[in-house]
Design a protein around this ligand. Structure first.
Ligand code: ADE
Length: 258
């Protein structure tokens, strides 16, 4: 059997989560550099979860959908200009060949996309898992974005040389929220952005480091005081470093505090 046929068969066979007994969360990545995957997603928290079958990753080569003998996937931009554009027909064929179910979001990593926020991560992690197209060159033919309903997502206001690293960031942020992935660690509730606040500072032994002490309150054993201190620190940090987050939080909170 041809390799791509084996991959196709595996893909259509739904894998079950060992703890929840539901279909596992899956990321299907369309890229010109499938060898970049799993990359960092194959180590540490995400990598252990991948090996234990808590999620699945499929990296598919867009070039497998090329039709000419040079396996070309791009062409010069209509109207002129620098660089090359990913062809609509080739990318559409690659998306169709992935054979994903209609419930799965179809994303295109792009600096002009909707910003990736923790709330979008939570939304994506709670679904079946996305198909992610990694753009390269100067861009992707607009017609395939429209025809295949691709939602553009950006990981920040800077330009990477391709969508692969952005896709990895998105996948990593989702995977750590999946059931069973963080194990005994806090379930992601008490961390930056979960309440629209930056995380408070952390300390551990030794008690004194280069003349700096751990704030006394943290070693007092008074849990209520510790919680209040941490909240105040989070709020002060958010206010000074991220006035945008602070304003958004004040806009959504029905209180007079802060
Ligand atoms: N591809 C290139 N730059 C990107 C960005 N900032 N976010 C998502 N995808 C990208």
């Amino acid at each position: 059997m041809e390799r791509s046929a084996i991959r196709g068969q595996l893909h259509r066979c739904p894998l079950m989560h060992p703890m929840t007994d539901q279909t596992i969360w899956r990321a299907t990545v369309l890229t010109l550099f499938p060898e970049m995957f799993p990359g960092p997603l194959g180590v540490s928290l995400a990598g252990r979860a991948l090996s234990s079958g808590l999620w699945a990753l499929e990296a598919r080569d867009i070039r497998d959908s090329a039709t000419d003998k040079h396996r070309s996937v791009d062409d010069t931009p209509a109207g002129g200009g620098p660089g090359m554009v990913l062809r609509a027909d080739i990318l559409a064929a690659a998306i169709d060949a992935a054979g994903i179910t209609p419930d799965r979001p179809r994303l295109l990593m792009s600096p002009r996309g909707r910003p990736l926020t923790q709330s979008l991560v939570v939304e994506l992690a709670s679904g079946p898992g996305p198909l992610i197209v990694c753009g390269r060159f100067e861009g992707v033919d607009q017609r395939v974005i429209e025809a295949r309903g691709l939602k553009e997502v950006s990981i920040g206001d800077y330009v990477l040389s391709g969508g692969e690293i952005a896709a990895m960031a998105l996948i990593d942020a989702c995977v750590r929220l999946l059931p069973g992935v963080m194990g005994k660690q806090a379930s992601g509730v008490d961390e930056s952005f979960s309440e629209g606040l930056l995380e408070y500072p952390q300390y551990t032994r030794p008690q004194e480091f280069e003349g700096r002490q751990i704030p006394e309150i943290l070693t007092s054993g008074d849990h209520a005081k510790v919680a209040a201190w941490r909240k105040a620190q989070s709020e002060a940090l958010t206010r000074s470093r991220r006035p945008d987050l602070w304003a958004a939080r004040r806009g959504t909170k029905n209180t007079t505090d802060g």
